[in-house]
Design a protein around this ligand. Structure first.
Ligand code: SAM
Length: 247
């Protein structure tokens, strides 16, 4: 297992809008909760106290959720990238694709396990899915992790992967497929991942939702040994991994 304390680079916050909304909603609950203790007339004081207590507890829960999400992006995800890579068991000479690589957290960890191989990351660089999401940041993170010469970053949509059939030994994807809102489009992305894999190539997808759907789709696409692992609580929401290989 690689040293998870080794963490140069800046990998941003996942779903920054969700984190922001949770914090704002929490602050709203706190303000209304405190107000509830004072605005009700004397005879309805019990009601104000009940509402105030519920809203104050909601504030604590929302604050805890937002902190857990930030912790996931900053700490938990470093653990999960090693867990995800464990499922594709790299020798060092492979060509690997990270579909939806974002700022390169998993891509760079994969590249650190390569000697003669190369890690390719494709993304559409959506800033709502990851803060400060751009290819220059990903390349800079690869440089900071000392793997720049083994990493290549491209613009590319995982629903139309810009590589020929059977090009990669391994395909990974972390917290990216759920960003495709349409089920058919998600299936198309999984079909593309299978298409670019060599026969016998390994695939591992980490996500916090739809994982059973991915496993079913991969079996329909004739992937072998498809299995779901997790949940893993190093992240919030907790994540699962679906792993398999091409026939
Ligand atoms: C939450 S971020 C995760 C990034 C990175 N995999 C990680 O684990 O840190 C999700 C990423 O998926 C990318 N993404 C969303 N839809 C995509 C698509 N159709 N094709 C390629 N990338 C996509 C987003 O731009 C974003 O970089």
């Amino acid at each position: 297992m690689a040293d998870v304390r080794y963490r140069p680079g800046n990998y941003g916050i996942d779903a920054p809008n969700v984190v922001r909304s949770l914090i704002l909603l929490g602050i709203g609950c706190l303000v209304l909760g405190v107000a509830s203790f004072y605005v009700f007339p004397e005879r309805l004081h019990w009601l104000g106290a009940a509402i105030g207590t519920v809203l104050s507890l909601s504030f604590l829960i929302l604050l805890a959720e937002s902190l857990y999400m930030v912790w996931s992006s900053k700490v938990g995800k470093y653990r999960m990238r090693e867990t995800l890579l464990h499922f594709i068991n790299l020798r060092g000479d492979e060509l690997l694709l990270d579909a939806g690589c974002g700022r390169g957290l998993v891509l760079n960890a994969a590249a650190r396990r390569l000697t003669t191989g190369k890690a390719y990351g494709i993304d559409i660089w959506n800033k709502q899915d990851q803060s400060g999401n751009e290819p220059e940041v990903t390349k800079e993170n690869a440089r900071l992790e000392g793997v720049a010469e083994r990493v290549e970053v491209l613009n590319g949509d995982m629903r139309a992967i810009p590589f020929p059939d059977g090009h990669f030994d391994a395909v990974i994807s972390s917290l990216a497929v759920h960003n495709i809102s349409n089920r058919e489009e998600r299936r198309r992305a999984l079909g593309e991942m299978m298409r670019v894999l060599k026969p016998g190539g390994r695939l591992a997808i980490l996500d916090f939702q739809n994982v059973r759907e991915y496993a079913d789709a991969l079996r329909e696409l004739e992937a072998l040994d498809v299995q779901i692992f997790g949940p893993y609580w190093s992240m919030f929401p907790p994540v699962r991994i679906v792993a398999g290989r091409k026939k």
